[in-house]
Design a binder for this molecule. Structure first.
Ligand SMILES: NC(=O)c1ccc[n+]([C@@H]2O[C@H](COP(=O)([O-])OP(=O)(O)OC[C@H]3O[C@@H](n4cnc5c(N)ncnc54)[C@H](OP(=O)(O)O)[C@@H]3O)[C@@H](O)[C@H]2O)c1
Length: 249
């Protein structure tokens, strides 16, 4: 059976952590659907390599866990994309590696996980909210996807710093989504499942990659969810705006 792929033609999308794992696979899926993408990661050499072979992607160097990087990144995103329809908060930190029980977790490792997984997405979303609400007014909808984990729900031993930060991000997403319903900005929290990525290998070094999901599969699911949310929001707004957005503007 042929699977229909919902396009994202003309969508302006920013994604954190676009140089590896899910972020890289999701960027390629979004580009293939017609989006223009700005992606962020810390290592400049890798950002340059990834950007070099993707004409519709612009790489930005920054650390979302660093408060001082957020406004410069938000300004650059606005500058290179000329507006923003979708923000994907994907970059993440495990906290301490190897994973240890909470009693052995340094406060600094908990802080690092919260900085990357909760405060970073919060600050970046807040800094870009004006662009997202403007896109929602002009095009009928905007979406923020916060990448979650089953560790946000299940109390897995050893996953304390990461799990607590992802649980907080998940709840923050739900509250913010409720607050922004009237603005036609939808916030999604999605768990990609256990994937064969460097982050997973770092957390569970002895896992068998054959039993893990390919990032490209999770990327398709996430792109489908983004496209469906944008479509629903636009259909709820005026038919005129929906038609305008479908035409690729
Ligand atoms: N892999 C899994 O099994 C799994 C399961 C459930 C949920 N998830 C979630 O899926 C998302 C992607 O994970 P992944 O496995 O694809 O990770 P990954 O392969 O380790 O990739 C992480 C990406 O984020 C960037 N990054 C990391 N910290 C950053 C920071 N502070 N600022 C900016 N960029 C940063 C990395 O580049 P630099 O190092 O250059 O910054 C890289 O591009 C995460 O939110 C993770 O929690 C993963």
């Amino acid at each position: 059976m042929t699977r229909s792929i919902e396009p994202l033609a003309g969508a302006r999308i920013a994604i954190t952590g676009g140089t590896s794992g899910l972020g890289l696979a999701l960027m390629d899926e979004l580009l293939a659907r017609g989006a223009t993408v700005a992606f962020i990661a810390r290592h400049a050499d890798r950002v340059a390599t990834v950007a070099a072979s993707r004409p519709n992607a612009v790489g930005l160097v920054g650390d979302i866990a660093n408060k001082d990087d957020i406004y410069p990144l938000a300004l650059q995103i606005g500058g290179v994309l000329g507006g923003l329809d979708v923000l994907v908060n994907n970059a993440s930190s495990l906290g301490s590696v190897p994973l240890v029980p909470l009693a052995d977790t340094d406060c600094e490792d908990l802080e690092a996980a919260l900085a990357a997984n909760l405060l970073g997405p919060f600050r970046l979303t807040k800094a870009l909210l004006g662009s997202l609400t403007a896109a929602a007014r002009e095009r009928g909808g905007a979406v923020v996807l916060n990448v979650s984990s089953d560790a946000a729900i299940e109390p897995y031993p050893l996953w304390g710093a990461y799990g607590a930060s992802k649980a907080a991000l998940r709840h923050l997403t739900r509250i913010w989504n409720a607050e922004l319903t009237g603005e036609r900005v939808r916030l999604l929290s999605l768990d990609p499942g256990d994937m064969d990525t460097p982050l997973h290998a770092l957390a569970v070094p002895d896992s068998d990659p054959a039993g893990l999901k390919a990032p490209a599969i999770a990327a398709r699911e996430m792109a489908d969810a983004i496209a469906a949310a944008l479509r629903e929001l636009r259909e709820l707004s005026s038919p005129h705006v929906a038609a305008h957005a479908r035409s690729g503007a």
